[in-house]
Design a protein around this ligand. Sequence first.
Ligand code: 13P
Length: 287
Amino acid sequence: MLVSATEMLKKARDGKYAVGQFNINNLEWTKAILLTAQECNSPVILGVSEGAGKYMTGFETVAAMVAAMDKSLGITVPVALHLDHGSYEGCYKCIKAGFTSIMFDGSHFPIEENVKKTTELVNVSHNLGLSIEAEVGSIGGEEDGVVGAGECADPNECKMIADLGVDFLAAGIGNIHGKYPENWAGLSFETLAAVNEKVGDMPLVLHGGTGIPDDMIKKAISLGVAKINVNTECQLSFQEATREYIEAGKDQQGKGFDPRKLLNPGFEAIKAKVKEKMELFGSVNKA
Ligand code: 13P
């Protein structure tokens, strides 16, 4: 059931668990995540980066595929279709295409401009029933060419953006996209606690979910994180399972070259990874 992410994240924040945002790249990814959410009776957020949207031939294709798949698979758990790290133009494209949620990433603009553009997009989204995420303090690492250094957000700026009426807020707390380097200092719980105190009961978003140790995930949830984004870990699971299948020569046995067979181990690996994360985040049976 396609919905905005507002209610599911309010419930998560109150219930002290987090809803996973899993990024999609194609039909297999989407099907694996939707089926797992239904099997786990968990709410879920499908994240679409601008690059992935382009890869899938545009946001309209994505919205049409997700809506049709949600219906044909008989998905009854709440599903939000969410733009990940959207540009100002990207947000408007997704609103038009039928997404149920957007993220406006104005973290690279001066705070005044972030405020101005976020205010406008909050009004437009809410008038149309979409939820909206904003970001303060850039998330480190690289995603689709957007490079951030992993800075910690200023709690006062977080309050300023939260007060604009966004539904959930991503605050940089030393998290980065992709694999964490050996010398990573870990999440800054000091920053998270300070942000949490400033923004009241606003659900907070933790980007860069790949590779964060389980105990840090649990602590982050206890400090107001209600949405956790995972992308790279699903990609790695898919890649490992596919490599294993090919290295075992299974693609050369019988009809093992059939794309439906070739892509199946990766598909199953994504399902297992999403289930593992839903259990860790505590969203199982919370639909
Ligand atoms: P990872 O790729 O590190 O899991 O980060 C995902 C993310 O934050 C998407 O916005």
